[in-house]
Write a protein that binds this ligand. Structure first.
Ligand SMILES: CSCC[C@H](NC=O)C(=O)O
Ligand SMILES: [Zn+2]
Ligand SMILES: [Zn+2]
Length: 475
Protein backbone atom coordinates (compact mmCIF):
# COMPACT_ATOMS: atom_id res chain seq x y z
CA UNK A 1 0.00 0.00 0.00
CA UNK A 2 2.72 2.40 1.01
CA UNK A 3 4.89 1.80 -2.02
CA UNK A 4 1.94 2.43 -4.32
CA UNK A 5 1.36 5.70 -2.54
CA UNK A 6 5.03 6.51 -2.85
CA UNK A 7 4.99 5.77 -6.56
CA UNK A 8 1.98 7.99 -7.04
CA UNK A 9 3.65 10.74 -5.07
CA UNK A 10 6.88 10.56 -7.04
CA UNK A 11 4.99 10.49 -10.36
CA UNK A 12 3.18 13.60 -9.30
CA UNK A 13 6.49 15.22 -8.48
CA UNK A 14 7.79 14.06 -11.82
CA UNK A 15 4.86 15.71 -13.59
CA UNK A 16 5.29 18.88 -11.59
CA UNK A 17 8.98 18.92 -12.35
CA UNK A 18 8.35 18.22 -15.98
CA UNK A 19 5.92 21.11 -16.15
CA UNK A 20 8.48 23.29 -14.49
CA UNK A 21 11.16 22.23 -16.94
CA UNK A 22 8.85 22.60 -19.88
CA UNK A 23 8.03 26.14 -18.95
CA UNK A 24 11.75 26.77 -18.53
CA UNK A 25 12.16 25.26 -21.93
CA UNK A 26 9.74 27.78 -23.42
CA UNK A 27 11.62 30.65 -21.85
CA UNK A 28 14.95 29.24 -22.87
CA UNK A 29 14.05 28.03 -26.34
CA UNK A 30 14.87 31.41 -27.75
CA UNK A 31 18.23 30.92 -26.12
CA UNK A 32 18.62 27.63 -28.04
CA UNK A 33 19.00 25.44 -24.90
CA UNK A 34 19.76 21.82 -25.62
CA UNK A 35 16.38 20.12 -25.37
CA UNK A 36 17.93 16.69 -25.02
CA UNK A 37 19.98 17.80 -22.06
CA UNK A 38 16.83 18.94 -20.30
CA UNK A 39 15.19 15.61 -21.05
CA UNK A 40 18.13 13.84 -19.44
CA UNK A 41 17.92 16.05 -16.36
CA UNK A 42 14.19 15.47 -16.12
CA UNK A 43 14.59 11.73 -16.40
CA UNK A 44 17.38 11.75 -13.85
CA UNK A 45 15.16 13.63 -11.42
CA UNK A 46 12.33 11.19 -12.12
CA UNK A 47 14.50 8.16 -11.40
CA UNK A 48 15.97 9.86 -8.38
CA UNK A 49 12.49 10.31 -6.93
CA UNK A 50 11.45 6.78 -7.83
CA UNK A 51 14.57 5.43 -6.19
CA UNK A 52 14.40 7.57 -3.06
CA UNK A 53 10.67 6.95 -2.59
CA UNK A 54 10.97 3.24 -2.95
CA UNK A 55 13.99 3.34 -0.65
CA UNK A 56 11.86 5.22 1.85
CA UNK A 57 9.04 2.71 1.45
CA UNK A 58 11.49 -0.13 1.82
CA UNK A 59 12.97 1.47 4.91
CA UNK A 60 9.51 1.83 6.43
CA UNK A 61 8.66 -1.76 5.64
CA UNK A 62 11.94 -2.84 7.12
CA UNK A 63 11.31 -0.80 10.21
CA UNK A 64 7.77 -2.02 10.86
CA UNK A 65 7.93 -3.91 14.14
CA UNK A 66 6.99 -7.54 13.66
CA UNK A 67 4.34 -7.18 16.36
CA UNK A 68 2.56 -4.63 14.17
CA UNK A 69 2.78 -6.91 11.14
CA UNK A 70 1.29 -9.77 13.15
CA UNK A 71 -1.45 -7.51 14.53
CA UNK A 72 -2.41 -6.48 10.99
CA UNK A 73 -2.38 -10.10 9.82
CA UNK A 74 -4.75 -11.06 12.63
CA UNK A 75 -7.03 -8.11 11.85
CA UNK A 76 -7.40 -9.23 8.23
CA UNK A 77 -9.40 -12.37 9.09
CA UNK A 78 -13.06 -11.64 8.63
CA UNK A 79 -14.42 -12.70 11.99
CA UNK A 80 -17.65 -10.70 11.83
CA UNK A 81 -20.99 -12.17 12.76
CA UNK A 82 -23.20 -13.70 11.56
CA UNK A 83 -20.56 -15.92 9.86
CA UNK A 84 -17.25 -15.41 11.61
CA UNK A 85 -14.28 -17.20 10.11
CA UNK A 86 -12.78 -19.00 13.10
CA UNK A 87 -10.62 -21.54 11.27
CA UNK A 88 -8.06 -19.17 9.76
CA UNK A 89 -7.41 -16.98 12.83
CA UNK A 90 -7.09 -20.07 15.03
CA UNK A 91 -4.46 -21.56 12.67
CA UNK A 92 -2.67 -18.22 12.71
CA UNK A 93 -2.68 -18.08 16.52
CA UNK A 94 -1.57 -21.70 16.75
CA UNK A 95 1.34 -20.85 14.50
CA UNK A 96 2.22 -17.90 16.75
CA UNK A 97 2.04 -20.09 19.84
CA UNK A 98 4.32 -22.64 18.22
CA UNK A 99 6.90 -19.99 17.33
CA UNK A 100 6.93 -18.85 20.97
CA UNK A 101 7.03 -22.38 22.31
CA UNK A 102 3.66 -22.42 24.08
CA UNK A 103 1.55 -25.52 24.55
CA UNK A 104 -1.75 -25.40 22.73
CA UNK A 105 -5.12 -27.07 22.78
CA UNK A 106 -8.17 -26.47 20.61
CA UNK A 107 -11.49 -27.45 22.18
CA UNK A 108 -14.80 -27.55 20.37
CA UNK A 109 -17.87 -27.65 22.58
CA UNK A 110 -20.03 -26.69 19.62
CA UNK A 111 -18.90 -27.76 16.13
CA UNK A 112 -17.24 -24.93 14.23
CA UNK A 113 -16.78 -22.82 17.35
CA UNK A 114 -13.23 -23.43 18.57
CA UNK A 115 -11.91 -22.44 21.97
CA UNK A 116 -8.15 -21.99 21.76
CA UNK A 117 -6.08 -22.45 24.89
CA UNK A 118 -2.38 -21.57 24.89
CA UNK A 119 -0.27 -22.36 27.91
CA UNK A 120 3.08 -21.27 29.32
CA UNK A 121 3.90 -23.59 32.19
CA UNK A 122 4.94 -22.02 35.48
CA UNK A 123 7.70 -23.30 37.73
CA UNK A 124 5.15 -24.00 40.46
CA UNK A 125 2.18 -25.62 38.75
CA UNK A 126 0.56 -26.27 42.12
CA UNK A 127 -0.30 -22.57 42.41
CA UNK A 128 -3.52 -21.33 40.80
CA UNK A 129 -2.85 -20.13 37.25
CA UNK A 130 -3.48 -16.73 35.64
CA UNK A 131 -5.57 -16.54 32.49
CA UNK A 132 -5.62 -13.84 29.81
CA UNK A 133 -8.78 -13.96 27.75
CA UNK A 134 -9.83 -12.44 24.44
CA UNK A 135 -12.54 -13.26 21.93
CA UNK A 136 -12.00 -14.29 18.32
CA UNK A 137 -15.21 -12.84 16.91
CA UNK A 138 -16.22 -9.31 15.93
CA UNK A 139 -19.43 -7.43 15.40
CA UNK A 140 -20.38 -6.76 11.77
CA UNK A 141 -19.25 -3.61 9.93
CA UNK A 142 -20.91 -1.58 7.18
CA UNK A 143 -18.00 -1.28 4.72
CA UNK A 144 -19.56 1.56 2.71
CA UNK A 145 -19.53 3.73 5.83
CA UNK A 146 -15.84 3.18 6.53
CA UNK A 147 -12.87 5.15 5.15
CA UNK A 148 -11.06 1.87 4.50
CA UNK A 149 -12.35 -1.70 4.12
CA UNK A 150 -12.95 -2.99 7.67
CA UNK A 151 -10.86 -6.13 7.22
CA UNK A 152 -7.97 -4.52 5.33
CA UNK A 153 -6.10 -3.26 8.40
CA UNK A 154 -5.20 -0.11 6.49
CA UNK A 155 -2.22 1.49 8.25
CA UNK A 156 -1.78 5.22 7.78
CA UNK A 157 1.89 6.08 7.41
CA UNK A 158 1.06 9.63 8.46
CA UNK A 159 -0.97 9.08 11.64
CA UNK A 160 -0.04 5.52 12.57
CA UNK A 161 -3.73 4.59 12.82
CA UNK A 162 -4.59 1.00 11.94
CA UNK A 163 -8.20 0.74 10.80
CA UNK A 164 -10.07 -2.52 11.23
CA UNK A 165 -13.15 -4.02 12.80
CA UNK A 166 -11.72 -5.61 15.92
CA UNK A 167 -8.73 -3.25 16.21
CA UNK A 168 -10.00 -2.18 19.66
CA UNK A 169 -12.53 -4.94 20.33
CA UNK A 170 -10.56 -6.99 20.97
CA UNK A 171 -7.99 -8.42 18.57
CA UNK A 172 -5.41 -6.00 19.94
CA UNK A 173 -5.22 -7.75 23.30
CA UNK A 174 -4.81 -11.25 21.86
CA UNK A 175 -1.72 -10.17 19.95
CA UNK A 176 -0.45 -7.98 22.79
CA UNK A 177 -0.64 -10.92 25.23
CA UNK A 178 1.34 -13.08 22.79
CA UNK A 179 3.90 -10.41 21.95
CA UNK A 180 4.50 -9.67 25.63
CA UNK A 181 4.95 -13.40 26.29
CA UNK A 182 7.23 -13.68 23.25
CA UNK A 183 9.48 -10.95 24.68
CA UNK A 184 9.39 -12.31 28.22
CA UNK A 185 10.05 -15.90 27.21
CA UNK A 186 12.38 -15.64 24.24
CA UNK A 187 14.22 -12.35 24.84
CA UNK A 188 14.21 -11.81 28.59
CA UNK A 189 14.26 -15.53 29.42
CA UNK A 190 11.68 -14.87 32.10
CA UNK A 191 10.30 -17.88 33.95
CA UNK A 192 6.78 -17.54 35.40
CA UNK A 193 6.06 -19.10 38.78
CA UNK A 194 2.36 -19.51 38.07
CA UNK A 195 1.22 -21.05 34.82
CA UNK A 196 0.01 -18.47 32.32
CA UNK A 197 -2.89 -19.26 29.97
CA UNK A 198 -3.96 -17.28 26.93
CA UNK A 199 -7.51 -18.07 25.93
CA UNK A 200 -9.24 -17.14 22.66
CA UNK A 201 -12.96 -17.83 22.62
CA UNK A 202 -15.69 -17.66 19.98
CA UNK A 203 -19.05 -15.90 20.09
CA UNK A 204 -18.47 -13.35 22.86
CA UNK A 205 -20.28 -10.72 20.78
CA UNK A 206 -23.43 -12.82 20.78
CA UNK A 207 -23.37 -13.71 24.45
CA UNK A 208 -20.63 -16.33 24.74
CA UNK A 209 -23.08 -19.20 25.29
CA UNK A 210 -21.36 -21.55 22.83
CA UNK A 211 -17.91 -20.33 23.85
CA UNK A 212 -16.90 -19.16 27.31
CA UNK A 213 -20.08 -20.39 29.03
CA UNK A 214 -19.43 -23.95 27.84
CA UNK A 215 -15.70 -23.74 28.53
CA UNK A 216 -16.08 -22.68 32.19
CA UNK A 217 -18.44 -25.62 32.71
CA UNK A 218 -15.90 -28.12 31.34
CA UNK A 219 -13.46 -30.46 33.07
CA UNK A 220 -10.67 -28.95 31.00
CA UNK A 221 -11.34 -25.59 32.63
CA UNK A 222 -11.53 -27.00 36.14
CA UNK A 223 -8.17 -28.67 35.64
CA UNK A 224 -6.55 -25.31 34.87
CA UNK A 225 -7.12 -24.22 38.48
CA UNK A 226 -7.47 -20.58 37.44
CA UNK A 227 -6.88 -18.08 40.23
CA UNK A 228 -7.13 -14.80 38.37
CA UNK A 229 -8.41 -13.62 34.98
CA UNK A 230 -7.80 -10.61 32.78
CA UNK A 231 -10.37 -9.96 30.09
CA UNK A 232 -11.10 -7.12 27.67
CA UNK A 233 -11.74 -3.54 28.74
CA UNK A 234 -12.24 -0.34 26.81
CA UNK A 235 -10.23 2.55 25.40
CA UNK A 236 -9.61 5.66 27.45
CA UNK A 237 -9.72 9.14 25.91
CA UNK A 238 -7.11 10.50 28.33
CA UNK A 239 -3.74 9.22 29.46
CA UNK A 240 -5.10 6.95 32.21
CA UNK A 241 -5.83 3.29 31.57
CA UNK A 242 -9.32 2.10 32.48
CA UNK A 243 -10.01 -1.03 34.49
CA UNK A 244 -13.38 -2.71 35.02
CA UNK A 245 -14.36 -4.75 38.07
CA UNK A 246 -17.87 -5.68 36.90
CA UNK A 247 -20.12 -5.74 33.85
CA UNK A 248 -23.77 -4.79 33.68
CA UNK A 249 -26.01 -7.83 33.36
CA UNK A 250 -28.14 -8.06 30.26
CA UNK A 251 -31.78 -9.04 29.93
CA UNK A 252 -33.80 -9.18 26.77
CA UNK A 253 -37.40 -8.18 27.41
CA UNK A 254 -40.30 -8.73 25.04
CA UNK A 255 -43.67 -7.27 25.97
CA UNK A 256 -46.83 -8.26 24.11
CA UNK A 257 -50.23 -6.63 24.11
CA UNK A 258 -53.53 -8.09 22.99
CA UNK A 259 -56.80 -6.27 22.39
CA UNK A 260 -59.94 -6.24 20.37
CA UNK A 261 -59.41 -5.49 16.69
CA UNK A 262 -61.47 -2.73 15.15
CA UNK A 263 -62.05 -0.43 12.23
CA UNK A 264 -59.31 2.13 11.80
CA UNK A 265 -61.92 4.83 12.23
CA UNK A 266 -63.24 3.58 15.56
CA UNK A 267 -62.27 4.97 18.97
CA UNK A 268 -62.32 2.30 21.67
CA UNK A 269 -60.49 1.40 24.86
CA UNK A 270 -58.08 -1.44 25.52
CA UNK A 271 -56.84 -1.97 21.95
CA UNK A 272 -53.52 -3.83 21.56
CA UNK A 273 -51.73 -0.79 20.17
CA UNK A 274 -53.03 1.48 22.87
CA UNK A 275 -51.97 -0.96 25.57
CA UNK A 276 -48.51 -1.40 24.10
CA UNK A 277 -48.03 2.32 23.64
CA UNK A 278 -48.97 2.98 27.28
CA UNK A 279 -46.24 0.56 28.29
CA UNK A 280 -43.75 2.17 25.94
CA UNK A 281 -44.56 5.54 27.55
CA UNK A 282 -44.06 4.18 31.06
CA UNK A 283 -40.80 2.50 30.12
CA UNK A 284 -39.62 5.68 28.40
CA UNK A 285 -40.33 7.64 31.60
CA UNK A 286 -38.31 5.14 33.61
CA UNK A 287 -35.50 5.39 31.08
CA UNK A 288 -35.54 9.17 31.49
CA UNK A 289 -35.29 8.98 35.29
CA UNK A 290 -32.16 6.83 34.92
CA UNK A 291 -30.65 8.93 32.17
CA UNK A 292 -31.32 12.16 34.12
CA UNK A 293 -29.12 10.88 36.94
CA UNK A 294 -26.32 10.38 34.41
CA UNK A 295 -26.93 13.75 32.80
CA UNK A 296 -26.83 15.43 36.21
CA UNK A 297 -23.38 13.91 36.69
CA UNK A 298 -24.49 11.86 39.71
CA UNK A 299 -23.65 8.49 38.19
CA UNK A 300 -21.84 6.97 35.25
CA UNK A 301 -23.83 5.37 32.47
CA UNK A 302 -22.84 1.96 33.77
CA UNK A 303 -24.16 2.70 37.29
CA UNK A 304 -27.80 3.05 36.28
CA UNK A 305 -30.28 0.68 34.64
CA UNK A 306 -30.55 1.16 30.89
CA UNK A 307 -33.65 0.07 29.02
CA UNK A 308 -33.62 0.75 25.31
CA UNK A 309 -36.30 -0.19 22.76
CA UNK A 310 -34.78 -2.33 20.01
CA UNK A 311 -37.82 -3.27 17.95
CA UNK A 312 -41.55 -2.70 17.55
CA UNK A 313 -43.76 -5.22 15.83
CA UNK A 314 -47.42 -4.68 14.99
CA UNK A 315 -49.83 -4.12 12.11
CA UNK A 316 -51.43 -6.32 9.51
CA UNK A 317 -49.16 -6.68 6.48
CA UNK A 318 -50.52 -6.00 2.99
CA UNK A 319 -48.80 -6.22 -0.42
CA UNK A 320 -48.13 -2.48 -0.29
CA UNK A 321 -47.07 -2.27 3.35
CA UNK A 322 -49.69 -2.44 6.08
CA UNK A 323 -53.46 -2.47 6.16
CA UNK A 324 -54.24 1.06 7.21
CA UNK A 325 -57.87 0.87 8.26
CA UNK A 326 -57.60 -1.95 10.79
CA UNK A 327 -56.42 -1.68 14.36
CA UNK A 328 -54.39 -4.85 15.07
CA UNK A 329 -55.28 -7.30 17.81
CA UNK A 330 -51.63 -7.94 18.78
CA UNK A 331 -48.57 -5.76 19.20
CA UNK A 332 -45.11 -6.36 20.58
CA UNK A 333 -41.92 -4.51 21.53
CA UNK A 334 -38.41 -5.64 22.44
CA UNK A 335 -36.01 -4.00 24.90
CA UNK A 336 -32.38 -4.36 25.82
CA UNK A 337 -32.02 -3.99 29.59
CA UNK A 338 -28.68 -3.70 31.41
CA UNK A 339 -28.45 -3.75 35.19
CA UNK A 340 -25.52 -2.77 37.37
CA UNK A 341 -24.48 -5.65 39.63
CA UNK A 342 -25.83 -4.00 42.78
CA UNK A 343 -29.41 -3.75 41.50
CA UNK A 344 -31.89 -6.20 42.98
CA UNK A 345 -33.21 -8.06 39.93
CA UNK A 346 -36.44 -8.88 41.79
CA UNK A 347 -37.31 -5.19 41.90
CA UNK A 348 -36.91 -4.97 38.14
CA UNK A 349 -38.94 -8.15 37.67
CA UNK A 350 -41.73 -6.67 39.80
CA UNK A 351 -41.69 -3.41 37.89
CA UNK A 352 -42.02 -5.28 34.61
CA UNK A 353 -44.91 -7.39 35.89
CA UNK A 354 -46.79 -4.55 37.58
CA UNK A 355 -46.07 -1.51 35.43
CA UNK A 356 -44.51 -2.40 32.09
CA UNK A 357 -46.59 -5.40 31.09
CA UNK A 358 -49.49 -5.69 33.56
CA UNK A 359 -52.05 -8.38 33.06
CA UNK A 360 -54.85 -5.88 33.59
CA UNK A 361 -53.76 -4.16 30.38
CA UNK A 362 -53.94 -7.48 28.54
CA UNK A 363 -50.19 -7.77 28.43
CA UNK A 364 -47.74 -10.61 28.73
CA UNK A 365 -43.95 -10.54 28.80
CA UNK A 366 -40.88 -12.67 28.38
CA UNK A 367 -37.58 -12.00 30.10
CA UNK A 368 -34.49 -13.76 28.77
CA UNK A 369 -31.64 -13.49 31.22
CA UNK A 370 -28.47 -13.48 29.17
CA UNK A 371 -26.15 -14.99 31.73
CA UNK A 372 -25.70 -15.10 35.47
CA UNK A 373 -26.65 -12.27 37.85
CA UNK A 374 -25.02 -13.64 40.99
CA UNK A 375 -22.00 -15.78 41.74
CA UNK A 376 -22.24 -19.32 43.08
CA UNK A 377 -22.47 -17.89 46.61
CA UNK A 378 -25.31 -15.55 45.67
CA UNK A 379 -23.13 -12.42 45.61
CA UNK A 380 -23.26 -9.73 42.91
CA UNK A 381 -20.75 -10.34 40.12
CA UNK A 382 -18.06 -7.90 41.21
CA UNK A 383 -14.32 -8.26 41.70
CA UNK A 384 -12.98 -6.46 44.76
CA UNK A 385 -10.67 -3.52 44.20
CA UNK A 386 -9.37 -3.21 47.73
CA UNK A 387 -7.00 -5.00 50.10
CA UNK A 388 -9.31 -7.99 50.31
CA UNK A 389 -8.16 -8.89 46.79
CA UNK A 390 -4.37 -9.33 46.64
CA UNK A 391 -4.48 -9.49 42.84
CA UNK A 392 -5.70 -5.90 42.80
CA UNK A 393 -2.55 -4.48 44.36
CA UNK A 394 -0.30 -6.69 42.21
CA UNK A 395 -2.11 -5.45 39.11
CA UNK A 396 -1.97 -1.81 40.24
CA UNK A 397 1.73 -2.04 40.96
CA UNK A 398 2.38 -3.69 37.61
CA UNK A 399 0.74 -0.74 35.85
CA UNK A 400 2.77 1.82 37.73
CA UNK A 401 5.95 -0.22 37.22
CA UNK A 402 5.24 0.13 33.49
CA UNK A 403 4.96 3.89 33.94
CA UNK A 404 1.18 3.83 33.48
CA UNK A 405 -1.62 5.55 35.35
CA UNK A 406 -4.86 3.81 36.27
CA UNK A 407 -8.25 5.52 36.34
CA UNK A 408 -10.71 4.79 39.16
CA UNK A 409 -12.06 1.24 38.63
CA UNK A 410 -15.37 1.19 36.80
CA UNK A 411 -18.34 -0.99 35.93
CA UNK A 412 -18.47 -1.76 32.19
CA UNK A 413 -21.75 -0.57 30.67
CA UNK A 414 -21.92 -3.50 28.28
CA UNK A 415 -21.29 -7.16 28.97
CA UNK A 416 -18.35 -9.49 28.41
CA UNK A 417 -17.39 -13.09 29.02
CA UNK A 418 -15.84 -11.98 32.32
CA UNK A 419 -19.24 -12.61 33.93
CA UNK A 420 -18.80 -16.38 33.52
CA UNK A 421 -15.52 -16.27 35.43
CA UNK A 422 -16.89 -13.98 38.13
CA UNK A 423 -19.81 -16.36 38.57
CA UNK A 424 -17.32 -18.99 39.67
CA UNK A 425 -15.89 -16.52 42.18
CA UNK A 426 -12.68 -16.02 40.17
CA UNK A 427 -11.38 -12.44 40.47
CA UNK A 428 -11.51 -10.93 36.99
CA UNK A 429 -10.59 -7.50 35.64
CA UNK A 430 -11.50 -6.01 32.29
CA UNK A 431 -8.53 -4.18 30.87
CA UNK A 432 -7.37 -3.14 27.39
CA UNK A 433 -4.36 -0.82 27.53
CA UNK A 434 -5.51 1.87 25.09
CA UNK A 435 -4.99 5.41 26.40
CA UNK A 436 -5.56 8.65 24.49
CA UNK A 437 -7.78 6.73 22.09
CA UNK A 438 -11.36 7.47 21.01
CA UNK A 439 -13.79 4.74 22.10
CA UNK A 440 -14.72 3.11 18.79
CA UNK A 441 -15.81 -0.40 19.65
CA UNK A 442 -18.80 -1.42 17.50
CA UNK A 443 -18.48 1.94 15.66
CA UNK A 444 -17.55 2.81 12.08
CA UNK A 445 -13.83 3.38 11.41
CA UNK A 446 -12.64 1.52 14.48
CA UNK A 447 -8.88 2.02 14.73
CA UNK A 448 -5.93 1.76 17.06
CA UNK A 449 -2.69 3.71 16.70
CA UNK A 450 0.45 1.63 16.20
CA UNK A 451 2.21 3.46 19.05
CA UNK A 452 -0.68 2.76 21.45
CA UNK A 453 -0.65 -0.90 20.44
CA UNK A 454 3.10 -1.18 21.04
CA UNK A 455 2.86 0.59 24.38
CA UNK A 456 0.22 -1.96 25.37
CA UNK A 457 2.74 -4.76 24.87
CA UNK A 458 5.07 -3.10 27.37
CA UNK A 459 2.19 -2.79 29.82
CA UNK A 460 1.34 -6.49 29.48
CA UNK A 461 5.02 -7.35 29.84
CA UNK A 462 4.79 -5.85 33.32
CA UNK A 463 1.30 -7.21 34.08
CA UNK A 464 2.04 -10.79 32.96
CA UNK A 465 5.40 -10.96 34.70
CA UNK A 466 4.01 -9.50 37.94
CA UNK A 467 0.87 -11.60 38.12
CA UNK A 468 2.67 -14.80 37.23
CA UNK A 469 5.36 -14.12 39.85
CA UNK A 470 2.89 -13.30 42.60
CA UNK A 471 3.05 -15.70 45.48
CA UNK A 472 0.88 -15.01 48.49
CA UNK A 473 2.83 -14.72 51.77
CA UNK A 474 1.07 -17.86 53.02
CA UNK A 475 2.69 -19.92 50.24
C1 LIG B 1 -26.34 -10.62 25.75
S1 LIG B 1 -24.70 -10.71 26.13
C2 LIG B 1 -24.04 -9.88 24.78
C3 LIG B 1 -22.66 -9.53 24.96
C4 LIG B 1 -22.29 -8.34 24.15
N1 LIG B 1 -20.89 -8.13 24.27
C5 LIG B 1 -20.27 -7.14 23.62
O1 LIG B 1 -20.79 -6.23 23.05
C6 LIG B 1 -23.10 -7.14 24.63
O2 LIG B 1 -24.14 -6.89 24.03
O3 LIG B 1 -22.73 -6.46 25.59
ZN1 LIG C 1 -15.24 -7.35 23.02
ZN1 LIG D 1 -17.82 -6.05 21.27
Amino acid sequence: MFSLEALFYSNKLYLDNNKLFQSTLVVNSSMATDHRLLQIITNTIFFFFIFSSSARAHEQQQEEPEAITRFKQYLRFNTAHPNPNYTAPVSFLLHQAQSIGLQSKTLEFVPGKPVLLLTWAGSNPALPSVLFNSHLDSVPAEPEKWFHPPFSAFHSSETGQIFARGAQDDKCIAIQYLEAIRNLKLVKKFQPVRTVHVLCVPDEEIGGFDGMAKFVASDEFRELNVGFVMDEGQASTNDEFRVFYADRSPWHLIIRAKGAPGHGAKMFDNGAMENLMKSVEIITKFRETQFDVVKAGQAANSQVISVNPVYLKAGIPSPTGFVMNMQPSEAEAGFDIRMPPTVDPDLVRRRIAEEWAPEMRNMTYEITEKGPLRDYKGHPLMTATDDSNPWWSVFKQAISAAGGKLAKPEILSSTTDARFMRQLGIPTFGFSPMSNTPILLHDHNEFLKDSVFLRGIEVYDSVISSLSSFVEPSH
